[in-house]
Every structure is written in C-alpha cells, then in structure tokens.
Design a protein around this ligand. Structure first.
Ligand code: SAH
Ligand code: SF4
Length: 397
C-alpha cells in the first residue's frame, strides 16, 4: 500500500507574516535562528523574491520560493497631475483587482497615500469610493507593496528629476492610509502594515509620519492604540451633530459622536499623540454656523487639529464644495472656539484632496471599470512611458 501523500504546505505572502511568523517558518524548515533575521532584512527592504536573497543558501531560496506566493501588483498606469507633484499609480493584483496608490511630492517630504480595501462598505454619500461599494479586503502584502512600489518609483528614477521639487526626498518619508477603503475595517492588514513601515531595520518610518484615517470605528481605534506606536490618528468627522452625521457617515448609527470623541480622547491619552479631525466641507450641508461651533468645541476639548477639505466633486453626487465666502466663515467659526484649523487645497496636490476620491474611470480588461479620479490630468500609458517596475527597490542588505 502506498504512503498517503503529505499535505501540501500552505503558500503564503511573505508580508502576511510578522517577525515571529518568519522565525516560525524558518524553524519549520529546520533553519538556524539567524536565517530569520536575514529573510526579514530583505523583506523590509522591499525584496520579496527569494532568488534575489543572495546571502541565503541556494537550497533555502528554492524552498522559500515554493512557499511564497507574493501578491506583487503590476503597474498598469501612471498618471501625473499638479505639475508633476502628484503621481497616481494604478496597480493591478494577480486576481485582476486594481487599486490606486498616490505619491505626493513636497519640498521636504514624499507622501504615499495607500488603500486598504478594494472599494469600501461604509457608504459615505459624498465619497466616490463609498458609492462604488465594497469589493474585497486587501492583504497585508498588498498594502505594504503599495509603499514598496511608490518607493521603487522614486528611487529608480521612473518619477523623473524634473518632477522632484527642490530638496524633495528620494524615498518615501510619510504614509497616509487615506486611499480606498476603511483601514480599521481591515485591521489585520492595517496593523501589519504599520509594523512593517515602522520597522527600524527597513522602511524605518517614525510612527508620527504614518497617519491612519478612519471614519470612526471605535473598536479599531482601541486596537490601534494597543499597538503601542504613536501613529497619527485622523478621524473623518464631517458632522458635529448625530442627526447630520447619521446621514453623512452612516456608521455613526453604530458609533455615535460621543463614543467616537471618547475613543479619540483615549487614543490621545494612551499614545500621547495629538489626533486630527478631517472635515469634508460640503456646500449648504455641513458648512453652517452650528456645525462650525460644535466642531470647534469638540476639537478644543480633544486639543485636536482640524483639516478642512472642501468637497471634491464626485460623479453622481449633487453636493458641491462651498463658496469661498462660506469656507472662510466656517473656518472662523471653528477658530472662535480656540481650535486650530488647516484648509486643504483641492487641486489634487494635497494628501487629503488627492485621496478619498479614487474614482473615475480607467478601463480595465473584460469591461471592468476601475474607479479613480484624475480630472484633466495628463495620462501616461504605462506600457510606453514606464519601464516595468521591479518588485523590489534596490540591491539588498
Ligand atoms: N475611510 C477612511 C480613509 C479613506 S477616505 C476615512 O473615511 O477616513 C480619506 C479621506 O477622504 C476621508 O477624510 C474622506 O472623508 C475624504 N473624502 C472622501 N470623499 C471626499 C470628497 N468627495 N471630497 C473631499 N474629501 C473626501
Ligand atoms: Fe469609505 Fe472613507 Fe469613503 Fe466613507 S469616506 S465611504 S469610510 S473610503
């Protein structure tokens, strides 16, 4: 009688493992402990192809290659806006799902805006992503790789020198979770990504240069605090009374304002990090004196910074951004309470303006249309304008 076949070992995306998971995998493969450090050192540099891990023995590289099923995206399109300061990268994963990642260049920093879900289930009526609905969660590997690809684009010169403002860094310095999806509705991937980005041996981003934007999922905010890293928390409030917020942010019915405010206060206390409030300002909807006053009071109590983002027009949504006069009056109303406010521009340059609206139409294969907004921006066909991006950044350790 023949032996029953041994079960096939699971294949996995290496970025779905944390440090302990990497050690476990290598000890399962009978390798000494220091091999885990070597593998980790490659991964944090964005190298996920065992064939490139030159300090590992060839036999181990082969065994790892058999275990790894990396979720490497193809760069399908690269769109440039705002005189080269904003780069939208359309990435397609092996299953055909596509998402956008935005790289924003400033004189002193390079910020990547990443997505955590394909689509979003939260249904905020002013948000293009919300209108499109939820398609699927992204894995940790798919989220981390957005940073890897953006970083590789900067380093490899794909984003040409002519686009780099004076003094702009040649690598990613900041990451904002403000692309498609609700990060705290995909906690495993969000938390794993924060850990990878913060890892001093690799991406080495300080916790404060990582911003997680949430619609206000209270249990997720507590989980983020438990991570013990002072990541910047931005809460998309958009309304300062429950009646209005129930409409603008439907999840407010599960987690009303008082609960969200308490979660923000707790986050601040635990992490000792100032929280931000995002406010998408919609003409004649949430730009009146009452909302300004209540928002000012909440921000003051939390000592939170308010970012006001005039609404970007979204196809199918009748609401519009407010008149400049109403914007000024609204901001003055918030400041009257002693809160600090920044008005973000809507040209697509700004992190928040460029994100949250990843919706227009990129035709994809088989008639699928990916939501992603670019307006009148110049479009570059990736096939002609870009070399295929390596899955990795540069020569490793
Ligand atoms: N789901 C998370 C993060 C992604 S949305 C959240 O809601 O916070 C990122 C930001 O873009 C949010 O503050 C969101 O309110 C904002 N946004 C969405 N649609 C917008 C629009 N049409 N105009 C301006 N900002 C918008
Ligand atoms: Fe989702 Fe954020 Fe858009 Fe709301 S604003 S639908 S939470 S992506």
């Amino acid at each position: 009688m023949s032996e029953p076949a041994a079960p096939e070992p699971d294949v996995l995306d290496p970025y779905s493992l944390d440090r302990a998971g990497i050690s476990e995998l290598l000890s399962e493969l009978g390798e000494p402990g220091y091999r885990a450090d070597q593998l980790h050192a490659w991964l944090v540099r964005g190298v996920d192809d065992p064939a490139e891990m030159t300090d590992l023995p060839a036999a181990l590289r082969e065994r790892l290659a058999a275990r790894f099923a990396p979720a490497r995206p193809d760069l399908v399109a690269h769109t440039v806006a705002d005189e080269g300061h904003t780069h939208k990268l359309l990435l397609r994963f092996p299953d055909g799902e596509a998402i956008e990642t935005v790289l924003m260049l400033y004189p002193d920093r390079a910020t990547v805006c990443i997505s955590t879900q394909a689509g979003c289930a939260m249904g905020c009526p002013f948000c293009a992503t919300g209108q499109a609905g939820f398609r699927r969660q992204l894995t940790a590997g798919e989220v981390v790789r957005q940073v890897v690809v953006a970083d590789a684009a900067l380093r490899s010169g794909v984003i040409g020198e002519e686009h780099l403002p004076d003094g702009a860094p040649s690598r990613v310095t900041n990451v904002v979770f403000m692309g498609m999806g609700e990060p705290l509705a995909n906690l495993p991937a969000t938390l794993a990504t924060v850990r990878w980005l913060h890892d001093p041996a690799g991406f080495n981003l300080s916790a404060r240069s990582i911003t997680v934007s949430t619609v206000g999922l209270v249990p997720g905010i507590a989980k983020l605090a438990e991570l013990g890293l002072p990541v910047t928390l931005a809460v998309s409030l958009h309304a300062a009374t429950d009646g209005l917020r129930d409409d603008l942010v439907p999840v407010n019915r599960q987690h009303p304002l008082a609960e969200v405010e308490q979660a923000m206060a707790d986050y601040r206390r635990v992490t000792n990090r100032r929280v931000s409030i995002e406010w998408c300002l919609i003409g004649e909807v949430n730009d009146d004196a009452l909302q300004a006053d209540r928002l000012g009071a909440i921000a003051r109590r939390l000592r939170a910074h308010v970012n006001v983002i005039p609404m970007n027009p979204t196809p199918g949504v009748r609401w519009k951004e407010p008149t400049p006069q109403r914007v000024r009056t609204f901001i003055a109303g918030v400041e009257r309470r002693g809160a600090t406010v920044t008005l973000r521009d809507t040209r697509g340059r700004d992190a928040d303006a460029a994100c949250g609206q990843l919706l227009a139409s990129y035709p994809l294969g088989a008639g699928t249309r990916l939501p992603a907004a670019m307006g009148a921006a110049e479009r570059i066909d990736a096939a002609t304008a870009l070399p295929t991006l390596p899955a990795t950044t540069e020569a490793g350790p």
